[in-house]
Design a protein around this ligand. Structure first.
Ligand code: ADP
Ligand code: MG
Length: 703
């Protein structure tokens, strides 16, 4: 592959300066680029439709001859090209608007493949702006069609010819295969030379599938090798703390709970304990849907550190959340004592502190002092925790809640708070799950644990989509009646990207409208991002204490707000939100024992927006929704557009190739177990470097 990379496309016959430039425009500069410039689709000649069989409004592909080309100027600098084509069964018109170059591209007598939808204009069959590929003198049964760029002046048949030449010229020497034979056999993979041959020139569709599988595996294997090597290098470099995970403090804690742990909680607490007892620092992501019970896992991790005399820190993204965590954890830990040598009884109460921004100055410095001396066992706070002045005596574990609000740098800063050169263990929690296989790629540097089981006895949140005015009226009637019985409700206002002030204004308007109209007589509060922290806290306080019936709010309530008495959520213009966000939002209700409801207001959602709403109505499972989201939005949203372009995943899809992701991850782990530096797999190692530079891995790990 390195040889192919070193060879520029100019060595091919027919590639001069102009064509080389055109190829460069689609990022093909070397022979390697060309060989990995895969067809975007294939035409199976036995599968095409005859013109006579085409049906109105149905997408179809036909292969036909160009009979005539006619170009015309329309008013206002618009152009129209009309091309008449035919096959043995009939005749068809192709109409192109504003594509004047079609006149030059298409000429009488050419063979073309046309994709499009048949429509009828004045009784005549035609296709408007179809996709056209030139087939040229192609004779094979399956014809590859390359992503082409008309503006760059490249045609699929030219690319086909160059690829053919490249393949033909590599035949005498052969293309090497860096994947060990045993691994190829395990997954039934064809050799690489054959795979490259048949991805470009399949003789059957099955052959194309085996070729794709092989090349997909290669892409994913390189990526996983890179990620796993990275992870292991970090582990080797860092010195961690071997916590004693067998102590009884965690057990006393879980026994003191007034509910049994779910199976998933027990399993994940075990995974965390295993990590913490190793001398390598833990670097683990805990995924769990809203309400899955992540706090208990966090507390168990913190107690594992505390029982061996270390300190534990929990970091939350906002003050509201930090305070809430503090109150929650305090009540969970009530009455729990820790071993103490200097006490007569051999025990003392566990010392827990809150360090958030409103903590008054005096108390704040007292807490900081006690953290430095080790008097405090456990501290909960916001990013205030990673400010310079806060030092720990011996920090053993850090739990970061809702990780998407924290950057990698912040996590790193907290890790650096360890003492005596030992890095604390890190557990990152998120309630925005992503599918497991995507997590393996995106969070390549983290181990992932998943709480995939809800505590029993939750009343499900009935989610419904209100489309009509009558349905909406019913929604407000339900809010009134719930408030009449002492319940409370949230009204979430539309998301307005990039403009907090417009968002606040719209929330204010909705508040006024509801207060004067649909919800008159109720106590309606307003919460948005433009309020001061004090104002926000006072509104939230009123809502928590029941002094407000309905809280009209922007998405500031998205993360972690916990008011068990709130049983109804109404989301205005729900079609403007993403799946994950709506799922997070509705997690704000259904926290008590009463049946809760979430209403999605969206009068005219169609297409993907409608599918999102339907998915939310149909399922309450965050992981299933994450899959739907990936399906609807594509992987760009997970990898980030910038990453996507650079991560060497040309063929592999995190959606379609889930099994391959898992297999590649496993294979990478096994290979590196036996051969940590890939010394015995030098070719593979150099290909990993060739395809994935250091920056690329950097991007992947920063998500
Ligand atoms: P998360 O942070 O995952 O959204 P929490 O940790 O806040 O969820 O837990 C949500 C609620 O469920 C809390 O009131 C908690 O006490 C309760 N809970 C946690 N684990 C269990 C369990 N195994 N059985 C019953 N209730 C549980
Ligand atoms: Mg939580």
């Amino acid at each position: 592959m390195a040889d192919f990379e070193a060879m520029k496309v100019e060595v091919l016959s027919g590639v001069g300066r102009a064509k080389a430039e055109a190829l460069a425009a689609v990022e093909v500069e070397s022979m390697l680029d060309l060989l990995t410039y895969y067809p975007r689709r294939y035409i199976d000649r036995t599968n095409q439709a005859a013109i006579v069989d085409l049906e109105d409004d149905v997408e179809a592909m036909v292969m036909a001859r160009v009979d005539s080309v006619f170009s015309k100027r329309l008013a206002g600098r618009r152009t129209m090209v009309r091309v008449s084509v035919s096959d043995d069964t009939g005749r068809l018109s192709l109409i192109f608007f504003n594509q004047p170059w079609r006149d030059r591209q298409l000429a009488q007598g050419q063979e073309v493949v046309v994709f499009g939808k048949l429509d009828r204009y004045r009784g005549q069959h035609q296709m408007t702006n179809p996709i056209v590929d030139l087939v040229g003198d192609e004779t094979g049964r399956i014809v590859p069609i390359y992503p082409q760029s008309a503006s760059a002046g490249l045609q699929t048949r030219e690319i086909r010819r160059w690829v053919d030449e490249a393949l033909r010229r590599s035949r005498p020497r052969g293309i090497s295969d860096p994947v060990p034979e045993a691994l190829r056999q395990r997954h039934g993979l064809v050799g690489r030379h054959r795979a490259l041959d048949s991805i470009h020139r399949p003789t059957t569709l099955d052959e194309r599938i085996s070729a794709r599988n092989r090349l997909v595996f290669d892409e994913l294997l390189r990526l996983q090798l890179k990620l796993v090597m990275r992870k292991r290098a970090v582990e080797r470099a860092a010195v961690g703390i071997s916590h004693d995970a067998g102590g009884e403090l965690v057990e006393r804690f879980t026994e003191s709970l007034d509910f049994p742990l779910t199976g998933a909680q027990r399993r994940v607490i075990g995974e965390v304990a295993d990590d913490m007892s190793r001398s390598v620092p833990m670097h683990r992501l805990l995924q769990g849907d809203v309400g899955a019970g992540k706090t208990v896992v966090a507390v168990a991790a913190m107690l594992t550190a505390v029982q061996g005399g270390h300190q534990a820190a929990l970091m939350a993204p906002t003050e509201v959340l930090a305070t809430q965590h503090f109150l929650g954890v305090r009540s969970l830990l009530e009455g729990l004592t820790v071993p103490a040598e200097d006490s007569l009884l051999g025990e003392r109460p566990l010392r827990l502190a809150l360090l958030a921004n409103p903590t008054p100055g005096g108390e704040r410095s007292r807490i900081q002092e006690s953290l430095a001396t080790g008097e405090i066992d456990m501290v909960i706070g916001t990013h205030a925790l990673i400010q310079e002045a806060v030092g720990f005596s011996c920090l053993g574990v850090v739990v970061v809640d809702e990780q998407h609000r924290f950057g990698v740098e912040q996590r790193a800063a907290l890790r650096a708070k360890g003492s005596q050169g030992a890095s604390p263990d890190v557990l990152v929690m998120t309630a925005t799950p992503i599918p497991r296989t995507a997590a393996m790629t995106v969070y390549g540097d983290l181990d992932v644990s998943t709480l995939d089981e809800m505590p029993p006895g939750r009343a499900p949140i009935a989610t419904r989509w209100a489309r009509t005015a009558a349905e909406e009226a019913e929604v407000w009637a339900q809010v009134r009646s719930e408030a009449g019985q002492g319940g409370q409700a949230y009204v979430v206002c539309p998301l307005i990207e990039d403009s907090a002030s417009v968002e606040a204004r719209s929330a204010t308007e909705i508040h006024e409208r509801l207060q004067a109209g649909e919800l008159s007589g109720l106590r309606v509060g307003l919460l948005h991002g433009r309020l001061t922290p004090a104002e926000k806290e006072s509104v939230m306080g009123l809502f928590r204490s029941g002094g407000i019936d309905v809280l009209v709010a922007t998405t500031v309530i998205e993360v972690g707000v916990d008011v068990p008495n709130a049983t109804i959520m109404v989301v205005v213009d729900a079609d403007r939100f993403g799946i994950a966000q709506l799922h997070q939002l509705r997690g704000r209700v259904g926290r008590g024992h009463r049946q809760s409801a979430c209403w999605l207001l969206a009068a005219d959602a169609v297409g993907p927006a409608a599918e999102r709403l339907r998915a939310l109505v149909d399922t309450a499972d965050g992981f299933e929704l994450a899959e739907v989201d990936l399906e609807l939005r594509g992987e760009g949203t997970i990898l980030g557009e910038r990453q996507k372009g650079r991560n060497d995943l040309q063929l592999a899809s995190l959606r379609r190739d889930k099994d391959w992701v898992v297999w590649a991850r496993r294979a990478a782990g096994e290979m590196l177990d036996e051969d940590p530096g890939l010394q015995r797999h030098a070719e593979l190692r150099s290909e990993v470097e060739l395809f994935l530079g250091d920056d690329d891995a950097e991007y992947l790990m920063k998500s």
